[in-house]
Design a protein around this ligand. Structure first.
Ligand code: NDP
Ligand code: GDR
Length: 359
């Protein structure tokens, strides 16, 4: 019998990559999407449309992480072998503006799923994956960060995810549920949300290159991250649920770059040679023609910042044979190339007198 998976956050970046991976492995994939006034299934529409990919094995349900009744009903109906809890208000900066909602969906959401497993008597059947995050390390206590590094969360998002991390560990220990945390460092792709810094940069620079926009405004250029590719990381999410014993794993590339370095490389991909002038909020990125391309907007600084993250995924490599496949340079190249195509499309639409999408 084919396995049945339930993915929360199916319409998000990781949800889309994971659904594709599980369908390719023969799973029946159920996803939970929330009701929105506009379509929010852009990232997964191809899974419905191509019968060779899904063959009727891809099913969506309306639900919300803040609504236990919908979650419990769906789990009862689907009887999943595996639940991947990817749904979250996942934007760190937004969590300072919506701290209570972030706690409700990101912290209590995980509890609601685990309670549903328990209430429905599925403790021995259903395996549970929690999307934990390198943001737990926040004000870092050790470099690089590994499974044993102490946590010091620095945002309402990270504090909510800290609860979700520990409730996952607790339900594993208290009720014997196969539940584990993937502590994933930043991972990106051409379908990354447009307000996360990498996608904001590749999309913004591609549009500047084609004259669709003049300048890109950013915040802290000194922040350093360990950036990998989402496609590589969802493979690890699946692997973590296939082991004899549930354990928590750090997933990272082990390399680190600053936001400034990301911008410089992405610009170079587009033929723009940036030089940096001034500092703090006065810093500017200038191209080889003397045009200011990057400016700082203090709005994008966070009340408490995570300055540096660098992961050590030795445990994943040794126990699961996992290693990141995509290099930083390949990731940047792929994202820039996809956003250049999207900008070219917008330019054509404009040339025909229409309003470009999401400009
Ligand atoms: P996205 O923001 O792209 O996707 C989040 C998903 O959660 C979307 O499908 C969104 O729906 C859904 N969602 C948000 N709130 C609710 C809610 N209240 N009820 C139901 N669904 C909801 O995130 P990613 O795919 O990048 O990340 C997946 C998970 O991994 C998240 O939990 C994130 O916090 C975590 N994580 C991500 C990392 C990364 O670098 N990408 C690193 C470490 C952890 P909608 O489409 O309608 O908005
Ligand atoms: P992060 O990702 O907070 O690490 O959380 P994000 O891309 O938002 O920020 C990374 C770093 O870039 C700095 N930065 C900016 N960030 C944004 N969004 N916009 C800007 O204009 C900008 N300028 C500079 C930020 O200050 C920060 O230091 C992501 C999310 O996917 C989380 O859900 C996940 O848990 C972590 O990665 C691991």
């Amino acid at each position: 019998m084919n396995k049945v998976a339930l993915i929360t956050g199916i319409t998000g970046q990781d949800g889309a990559y994971l659904a594709e991976l599980l369908l390719a492995k023969g799973y029946t994939v159920h996803g939970i999407k929330r009701r929105t006034s506009l379509f929010n299934t852009d990232r997964i529409d191809h899974l419905f449309q191509d019968p060779h990919i899904s063959d009727g094995r891809f099913i969506l349900h309306h639900g919300d992480m803040t609504d236990s009744s919908s979650l419990t009903h769906i789990i009862q109906k689907v009887q999943p072998d595996e639940i991947y809890n990817l749904a979250a208000q996942s934007h760190v900066a937004v969590s300072f503006e919506e701290p209570e909602y972030t706690a409700n969906s990101d912290a209590l959401g995980a509890l609601r799923l685990l309670e549903a497993i328990r209430i429905l008597g599925l403790e021995r059947k259903t395996r549970f994956y929690q999307a934990s995050t390198s943001e737990l390390y926040g004000l870092v206590q050790e470099i690089p960060q590994r499974e044993t590094t102490p946590f010091y969360p620095r945002s309402p998002y990270a504090v909510a995810k800290l609860y979700a991390y520990w409730i996952t560990v607790n339900y594993r220990e208290a009720y014997g549920i196969y539940a584990c945390n993937g502590i994933l460092f930043n991972h990106e792709s051409p379908i990354r949300g447009e307000t996360f810094v990498t996608r904001k940069i590749t999309r913004g620079l591609a549009r500047i290159k084609l004259g669709l926009q003049d300048k890109l405004y950013l915040g802290n250029l000194d922040a350093k991250r360990d950036w990998g590719h989402a496609r590589d990381y969802v493979e690890m999410q699946w692997l973590m649920l296939q082991q004899a014993q549930p354990e928590d794993f750090v997933i990272a590339t082990g390399t680190q770059y600053s936001v400034r370095e990301f911008v410089t490389l992405a610009a170079a991909e587009l033929g723009m040679q940036l030089s940096w002038h001034g500092d703090g909020v006065a810093e500017q990125g200038i191209d080889q023609n003397g045009r200011q391309v990057i400016a700082i907007d203090p709005r994008y600084f966070r009340p408490t910042e995570v300055e540096t993250l660098l992961g050590d995924a030795t445990k994943a490599r040794e126990k699961l044979g996992w290693q990141a496949k995509t290099s930083f340079a390949e990731l940047v190249k792929e994202m820039v190339s996809a956003d250049l195509k999207a900008a070219e499309f917008d330019l054509k639409v404009l040339a025909h007198g229409h309003r470009a999408q999401r400009s």
